[in-house]
Design a protein around this ligand. Structure first.
Ligand code: ZN
Length: 422
């Protein structure tokens, strides 16, 4: 009787409140070990060898995604490929990205979670030596599979794209291929979560950092239209571009996970002077961030396998990788459940005591959340939910305040916040 009475209640709870499967450190470890077992996954390694090299690794990843998809009949595996030539691929190489699509009810809007399947040793052109790439980026690749295992049991509004990219070490080719594919196919990209080196907790100097993950996000895009930059200069918002809004949303999600990780929001696109597969997405103006460990071990990246060096499984921390996976999963769950963010938010109120706010309607939004903060703060401090597409914030002086608007779906899921401008 009690069970019967409780069951309908459980069905009414928002997805986030239901008991959900947690990422499993043992499964993540098994996947990383499997990836290492291909010897090398160098982009220029033999793609046709059945057991060694990047081709074998890609086929295994695709088969694993298919197997996950078979259980829900909800993931379609479809690769994309193009030949790239460059300094690190002088004879040209076919770059293949293995993609799994979990179609949402809003199929053209996507949330992308990705890692790179290729690996390397000290000499970036060495395609034959063992290059385990356990952490770089077996960790991100395993995370993508684990996210698929969990999220494939749920239904979403946006399409989730699970991606294992190739050619990162040769020149971010797989990221470029996927970003340009998004553009060609006219996807609305809600978020790109790039996971690259997400599975160690001991740094080069022995320091242990197991309680935080770095989220790298750019301020505004290098190709932002001059008009957008003009608006930024005139109205502020240096901390509120689309990628930064995504990073802030991840920070908020991190706060909801018991015994989870602190999200350390690094306010630059990537590590100092370095880049990753999210970089080509930023070039095209898509909201994209990189997840990476709290502390790096440079002796375990891009190294030949000599004593004390090399990117091997024994230097990894799988309970930590499970926590980074949990943060990705919770972020995808929110953003793929939510409606799109409002395209445009306009604020006014010069020479007035109140701030007026207007925004474009979003399909599927049941209401909107107005956020505001003092203009010397980084995080939103005030919020109010409203219906319709305009409101007035009494007593909020536009000169001293920043304002943004998000869209809320029927289950309470919130989109990213769009920053208000003139
Ligand atoms: Zn990497």
């Amino acid at each position: 009787m009690r069970i019967l009475a409780l069951a309908p209640l459980a069905l009414l709870l928002p997805v986030a409140a239901q008991a959900q499967e947690k990422p499993d450190p043992a499964r993540l470890k098994a996947d990383v070990e499997k990836l290492v077992s291909f010897g090398t996954r160098h982009t220029l390694s033999d793609p046709d060898n059945p057991t060694r090299g990047i081709g074998a690794a890609r086929r295994w990843f695709g088969a694993e995604l298919s197997r996950i998809g078979d259980q829900c009949n909800c993931i379609e595996v479809a690769n994309i490929a193009r030949t790239f030539t460059g300094d690190r691929a002088p004879n040209g190489v076919q770059i293949v990205d293995v993609l799994g699509f979990q179609a949402g009810t809003d199929p053209k809007r996507v949330v992308i979670v990705m890692g790179h399947i290729d690996s390397r040793v000290t000499d970036v052109m060495n395609a034959t030596s063992d290059a385990p790439g356990a952490n770089d980026d077996g960790s991100g690749t395993a995370l993508v599979l684990e996210a698929a295992r969990i999220l494939s049991k749920e239904k979403f509004r946006a399409t989730i794209v699970y991606a294992a990219l190739s050619g990162e070490e040769q020149g971010l080719y797989g990221g470029q291929l996927l970003a340009e594919t998004a553009k060609e196919r006219g996807w609305t990209v809600t978020a790109v979560l790039n996971n690259d080196i997400v599975g160690n907790t001991v740094g080069t100097n022995g320091q242990k950092v197991a309680d935080r993950v770095r989220i790298f996000s750019e301020t505004f895009g290098e190709n932002d239209e001059p008009k957008a930059l003009k608006g930024l200069r005139a109205d502020g918002g240096e901390d509120d571009g689309p990628s930064r809004a995504l990073a802030k949303a991840i920070d908020q999600v991190a706060g909801t996970i018991p015994a989870g990780l602190d999200a350390f929001l690094v306010r630059r696109p990537d590590r100092f002077g370095r880049g990753g597969d999210h970089t080509p997405f930023l070039k095209l103006g898509y909201p994209a961030v990189r997840f990476s460990v709290g502390v790096e071990n440079y002796d375990a990246q891009h190294q030949d396998l000599v004593p004390g060096k090399g990117d091997t499984v024994d230097k990894m921390d799988f309970p930590y990788l499970a926590k980074v996976t949990a943060l990705n999963v919770a972020t995808i769950r929110r953003l793929a459940s939510a409606p799109a963010a409002p395209d445009k938010v306009t604020i006014g109120g010069a020479l007035a005591a109140d701030t007026s706010v207007k925004w474009s309607a979003v399909p599927g939004a049941v209401k909107y959340r107005i956020h505001w903060r003092r203009a010397d703060a980084q995080n939103w401090t005030g919020q109010r939910d409203v219906t319709g597409t305009e409101t007035s914030l009494k007593g909020v002086v536009v000169d001293d305040s920043f304002v943004g608007v998000s869209a809320i779906g029927a289950d309470g899921s919130e989109s990213l916040v769009t920053f208000g401008r003139r």
